[in-house]
Design a protein around this ligand. Structure first.
Ligand code: SF4
Length: 321
């Protein structure tokens, strides 16, 4: 057996892969024989462990406004805002959107804001949103950094989880710090909220070592849902000229993250690339409203996928949705 065969066998036994072993998998040459062995192992583990279930998550971006965290990849960074307009969605409209999404058949609902959005309003939206969801449907918040007290408040109004990330090159490509992000990650876990993690936003300049650090961080937080996301070069943002990684590369990274991080419920790769659905990815996002990867603030009319489109993709990949 080759070294890669042994590593994949280890991953399929769900033994933990260390940093060097994860690096070896990421170093596999794209489209080589080992590449397809890797894809196959990640696919096998997901279909067995997650009972071939596919998940439709939906993210609702409720404001398009300049954000002080100023991420160099985001269309809403305050120093380079490139959205075509600025707005905050009215509560009544948000609730109408949510009703329609529930009717369309989603699994988890994400409420996303820029980092400066008032927490009182997030809590209010959460409280009203919760009443519209079936009791078991997860309600997830994707906002700026917050402390333990706020995490408890979020939980109290009905949020069940939080999407929060130590982004790649935090403090270099963003105006916040890893320390701040990690404090929030710890607050989320301490409060008993489910942490939704992602290695993002991956660009051609990032080393495999940087990616592995985040994969292992996710595993240490014992995430149920894991993801990888490639950076979308939005015209006019500072990192636009760095370009993007290929779909084949993103698929390899998703497969490795699946094996290394060991999520217990679902694996995602974003933005959606269909080939990742045979590489261990069983969850996709529909998107509405503002989106940091889009310069059009109603992403449902531009980059964002609809619930119906996501369902079709998962069904085509022979997942049960
Ligand atoms: S990615 Fe999020 S935190 Fe960063 S500038 Fe955009 S909205 Fe703000």
């Amino acid at each position: 057996m080759s070294e890669i065969d042994l590593l994949l066998a280890k991953a399929l036994r769900k033994d933990l892969l260390d940093e060097n072993e994860a690096l070896k998998l990421l170093q596999i040459k794209n489209c080589s024989e080992d590449y397809y062995k890797l894809i196959s192992a990640a696919n096998e583990l997901t279909r067995q462990e997650f009972n071939n279930k596919g998940y439709i998550f939906t993210q609702l971006g409720i404001n398009a406004e300049p954000c002080s965290v100023n991420c160099k990849f985001c269309s809403m960074g305050k120093d380079h805002y490139v959205m075509e307009s600025k707005w905050r969605k009215d509560l009544t409209i948000i609730l109408k959107d949510i009703e329609a999404l529930v009717k369309a058949g989603i699994d988890d609902l994400f409420i996303m804001t820029t980092a400066d959005f008032p927490i009182e309003q997030v809590l209010l939206i959460g409280k009203h949103a919760k009443k519209l969801l079936p009791p078991a449907m997860p309600l997830v918040v994707n906002i700026g950094d917050f402390d333990y007290k706020t995490a408890l408040q979020l939980k109290k109004v009905g949020f069940t989880g939080a999407y929060h990330i130590n982004r790649l090159r935090e403090g270099i490509d963003t105006d916040t710090t890893s320390e701040m992000r990690i404090k929030t990650l710890d607050a989320i876990k301490k409060a008993g909220l489910d942490l939704y993690y992602c290695v993002e936003p991956i660009g051609p300049e990032h080393s495999y070592e940087e990616l592995v650090t985040e994969m292992i961080r996710a595993r240490n937080y014992q995430v149920q849902v894991m993801a990888v996301m490639r950076r979308i070069p939005v015209k006019g943002v500072p990192l636009y000229h760095k370009g993007q990684i290929t779909a084949v590369e993103l698929t390899k990274i998703a497969a490795v993250a699946r094996l290394v991080s060991q999520p217990t419920r679902a694996m995602n790769a974003h933005e959606t690339v269909e080939m990742s659905l045979i590489a261990g990815v069983n969850q996709l996002y529909a998107e509405l409203g503002a989106n940091p990867r889009d310069d059009y603030s109603k992403t449902e009319n531009n980059r964002g996928f609809s619930v119906a489109k996501v369902r079709k993709l998962l069904q085509d990949a022979q997942y049960e949705v």
